[in-house]
Design a protein around this ligand. Structure first.
Ligand SMILES: CC(C)(COP(=O)(O)OP(=O)(O)OC[C@H]1O[C@@H](n2cnc3c(N)ncnc32)[C@H](O)[C@@H]1OP(=O)(O)O)[C@@H](O)C(=O)NCCC(=O)NCCS
Length: 171
C-alpha cells in the first residue's frame, strides 16, 4: 500500500533509508528536507505492508537559477533491502508522479540510476535545457519527467537548497 508519510513515521522511514543505502547520510538528508521549506507533505510517500514501512520517496522543491520558479526533485528513493526488486519502487515512483501531476506541477527532476528511471518516462534533462547544479553529476544520471503542466520554456540551471550534499552522496 502506498500512502502519504506521517510525522510519526519519521524514525521508521530513516531506518528504511539507512538500510537501503547502507549508511546514515541519506537518512539525515531526508530529515533535512522534511525540516526545510522545500518539504511538500502532499508529495512524500511510504510503501507500507503489514504495518511496516518497506519503502519511501519524496518530491521536494528546487529552483531555477535567477528565476522565480520552483520545480520538483525526486530524492531520496529507498526500498528496504529484503523487499527490493519486487515492484515496490515502481509503485512509489508512479504514486509520486501521479500526485504531482494532479497538483498541476510542471516537471520532476531526478539524479538517479540511468538504467532505472527511463521506464517511467524520465529522459535527459540536459536535452530539455535543464542544467545540472553541479557538473560532477554524471549527465546520464541527470533526468527529468515532464508532467502535464510541463512548459518547454522552463529552462536554465537547477539550484538546490544549500543543505543538499555534493554528488555522489545525493541519491
Ligand atoms: C533503486 C531502488 C529504489 C529500486 O526499487 P525496487 O523496489 O528494488 O525496484 P522495483 O522492484 O520497483 O524495480 C522495477 C524494475 O527495476 C529494476 N531495478 C531495480 N533496481 C535497479 C537498479 N539498481 N538498477 C537497474 N534496474 C533496477 C528491477 O530489476 C525491475 O526490473 P524488471 O521490471 O525488468 O524486473 C531500490 O533498489 C533501492 O532502494 N536501492 C538502494 C537505494 C538506491 O540506490 N536508491 C537510489 C535510486 S536513484
Amino acid at each position: 500500500m502506498i500512502r502519504l508519510e506521517r510525522p510519526e513515521d519519521e524514525a521508521e522511514i530513516s531506518q528504511v533509508i539507512e538500510a537501503a543505502f547502507g549508511y546514515r547520510d541519506v537518512a539525515r538528508f531526508a530529515e533535512q528536507i522534511r525540516a526545510s521549506p522545500a518539504f511538500i507533505p502532499e508529495l512524500a510517500f511510504v510503501a507500507e505492508e503489514a504495518g511496516e514501512i518497506i519503502g519511501h520517496t519524496m518530491l521536494s522543491w528546487v529552483e531555477l537559477e535567477g528565476q522565480d520558479v520552483k520545480v520538483l526533485i525526486l530524492t531520496p528513493m529507498s526500498v528496504r533491502p529484503d523487499r527490493q526488486r519486487q515492484g515496490v519502487g515502481v509503485a512509489l515512483v508512479e504514486a509520486a508522479l501521479a500526485a504531482a501531476d494532479e497538483l498541476g506541477e510542471s516537471l520532476v527532476i531526478v539524479e538517479g540510476i540511468p538504467a532505472y528511471y527511463p521506464r517511467f518516462g524520465f529522459r535527459s534533462a540536459s536535452a530539455l535545457g535543464l542544467e545540472r547544479p553541479d557538473p560532477r553529476t554524471p549527465d546520464a544520471a541527470w533526468m527529468v519527467y515532464p508532467l502535464s503542466g510541463y512548459d518547454p520554456a522552463l529552462r536554465g540551471r537547477v539550484v538546490y537548497p544549500s543543505f543538499f550534499p555534493p554528488p555522489p552522496a545525493r541519491a
